[in-house]
Design a protein around this ligand. Structure first.
Ligand SMILES: Nc1ncnc2c1ncn2[C@@H]1O[C@H](COP(=O)(O)OP(=O)(O)OP(=O)(O)O)[C@@H](O)[C@H]1O
Length: 592
């Protein structure tokens, strides 16, 4: 509420100050700050949060601008409706431009989006019949009230209003479940999927948000100028939008504001020397990348923190502990006591065959261990169970349902959580945020309720915080809750990953070498923790090389060697099995 009142008061103060300006150039500069703020706010979601590098924003700006131009001039649609429809058209282009992101990443994605921008630029330049080419489209209908077109001051007021709404809505979205999900994409897509984030869906959503804000900005420029031509749509515009975010502070809620205010004012100051404009932008981009990796928002943030005025976005007071019990979900049904069945799983990577007809039955409420020499196929096996690797043949059934072809996040949603052999934490996020991400699939707030900041979104966030607090307490991590996960000692990081997996309230927990890199005391503590988790009713499948740990805590041991199951049974039976000894010793017991 404080933020809402502050934002409204800030915007109202600027709107009031603008009414005292009678210089058209100054008002136009203010309007352009609003336009670029809108572009930057959406781009910040895409780049700063979801980590998707797009160089095609000019194409989306064009989509909005030309949509409004064609609708008002050719089809005589009213200017207000055209503005709305232009946002819809841009959203469709946003989905189009998102498609490649489902296949390519990083620099390749930047290249593909760059190509998109160039194609749009060429289309509007060459397509003179429809788009007017270099001549452009004239007589675009401006916004009006009661038939009277907006004055420059009204454009500023309208722009400020849109910026306020965009800021408040995006802030709602980014501070909770959706913001964390976007950040997880940026950090590690495989881990994001494993905690239940629908990776593709969230990528498309980020592209659509960036497209709508950019298209809206394009439409506003076209309607305010009552004219658009291909000169507006060029590569420099895409770079400028990128610069707004990087210079202002990528991933900060205030970065777009700082970037657009600073860069538009610098642009206005050097406007009379057009030849240095690109030079200045290039220099600023280099400066931002090298000297201010977190942009102006990072510089201001550390300045305020030094004087004890730090504002930390999205930090929520820790709720009180109700109990140190794990949140769990109830089992809908079990098929003859069996939770998960793997039926004749096969996988080959060229000549390497890490799974040959592996069949396993994991019964409820037990600690199962999967052991075997290095390269036996243990990690491949749990990658197949969790959808990260598709088996060539065979079937995985969880609670009687075939999950063999399901997505990684879908399998997590069913109640299968995992940790990774090589830690896959979201290292820049705090321990609490990491574990909150584990709650992602259990939270019920929709896009709409999060975007509009409805009470349901706040209720879900509070509920998740309460559960996460209990998990942190259960795993002994409460005192590290606010620390960045990557800053913790290795053993603690392993525990954070375990806590994150517990947060999805799984029925089955798959742990890939959780004791790797732990000292003997930490390993013993881990063993006790796993037994406590089992006692809470969770089923565990543990891949481990620490035989003491495996033999002490497991109820059932499965042994793999060269991709084949060679034995299974109780720990004592496995210890006495000559095939197992042979697999580990590399020769028969007698020969050894
Ligand atoms: N994506 C892949 N492409 C090619 N080969 C792979 C791939 N993943 C695993 N392998 C190979 O499959 C075999 C089994 O690997 P896996 O990681 O499943 O074994 P593991 O039992 O978990 O071993 P460790 O105990 O050393 O972790 C290895 O020879 C490995 O090199």
């Amino acid at each position: 509420m404080r933020h809402l009142i502050g934002s409204v008061a800030f915007t109202a103060a600027i709107a009031a100050a603008a009414s005292f300006i009678d210089n058209e150039f100054y008002l136009r500069t203010l309007f352009m700050i609003c336009v670029y703020f809108l572009c930057a706010a959406g781009m910040n979601v895409l780049l700063g949060f979801a980590g998707q590098k797009s160089l095609g924003q000019a194409g989306l700006f064009a989509a909005g601008a030309y949509a409004v131009a064609l609708l008002t001039t050719r089809y005589e649609v009213g200017p207000w409706l055209s503005l709305l429809l232009a946002c819809g058209v841009s959203a469709v282009f946003g989905i189009l431009i998102a498609m490649p992101s489902l296949r390519v990443k990083g620099p390749s994605l930047a290249m593909v989006t760059l190509a998109f921008g160039i194609v749009i630029e060429k289309v509007v330049t060459e397509g003179s019949e429809v788009f007017g080419g270099a001549m452009g489209i004239y007589a675009i209908q401006p916004l009006h009230i009661g038939g009277v077109p907006f004055t420059m001051l009204q454009w500023v007021w309208f722009g400020l209003g849109l910026c306020l709404v965009a800021h408040l809505l995006l802030r709602n979205l980014l501070q909770g479940r959706f913001g964390r999900a976007f950040l997880s994409l940026q950090a590690d897509e495989v881990a994001a999927g494993a905690v239940g984030v629908a990776v593709y869906r969230y990528k498309v959503l980020a592209f659509v948000i960036a497209a709508v804000t950019c298209g809206l900005a394009g439409a506003l420029v076209a309607q305010q100028n009552q004219y658009i031509n291909s000169d507006f749509i060029n590569f420099h515009l895409s770079i400028f939008i990128l610069l707004l975010v990087l210079f202002g502070g990528s991933g900060s809620l205030y970065g777009p504001l700082l970037g657009s205010v600073t860069l538009v004012i610098i642009g206005a100051l050097v406007a009379r020397w057009t030849w240095i404009e690109h030079f200045v932008n290039g220099a600023l981009l280099l400066f931002a990348l090298y000297a201010m990796p977190k942009g102006l928002a990072g510089v201001f943030g550390s300045f305020f923190r030094r004087f004890g005025l730090g504002y930390s976005a999205g930090k929520v007071a820790a709720p009180s502990l109700s109990a140190s019990k794990l949140p769990t979900r109830s089992i809908p049904q079990t098929v003859e006591g069996s939770l998960l069945t793997a039926d004749s799983l096969n996988k080959a990577f060229g000549g390497v065959v890490p799974a040959k007809d592996v069949s396993v039955n994991l019964t409820e409420g037990h600690i199962h261990a999967l052991i075997g020499p290095n390269g036996a196929g243990k990690s491949t096996f749990i990658n197949m169970l969790t959808g990260i690797i598709r088996p060539d043949r065979g079937k995985v059934t969880f609670l009687g349902q075939d999950i063999t072809q399901q997505t990684v996040h879908g399998i997590c949603g069913h109640g299968v959580a995992r940790t990774f052999q090589n830690l896959r934490l979201f290292k820049d996020l705090s321990v609490r945020e990491n574990v909150l991400l584990g709650q992602h699939s259990r939270m019920q707030n929709s896009f709409v309720s999060s975007f509009l900041g409805l009470p349901k979104a706040r209720r879900e966030e509070n509920k998740a915080l309460q559960k996460v607090n209990n998990i942190l307490h259960f795993t002994g991590l409460l005192q590290y809750a606010e620390a960045p996960a990557g800053s913790l000692a290795y053993g603690l990081q392993r525990r954070v990953e375990l806590a994150r997996a517990l947060a999805s309230e799984p029925l089955l927990l798959l742990l890939d070498e959780p004791a790797a890199g732990l000292n003997p005391q930490e390993t013993a503590e881990l063993g006790q923790l796993l037994v406590r988790i089992r006692n809470e009713g969770m089923t565990i499948l543990l891949i481990e090389h620490h035989m003491d740990l495996v033999m002490t805590i497991s109820d059932h041991v499965i042994v793999l060697d060269y991709g084949q199951k060679i034995a299974e049974g109780t720990p004592s039976k496995i210890q006495a099995d000559p095939r197992v000894m042979e697999a580990y010793l590399g020769t028969s017991v007698e020969a050894a």
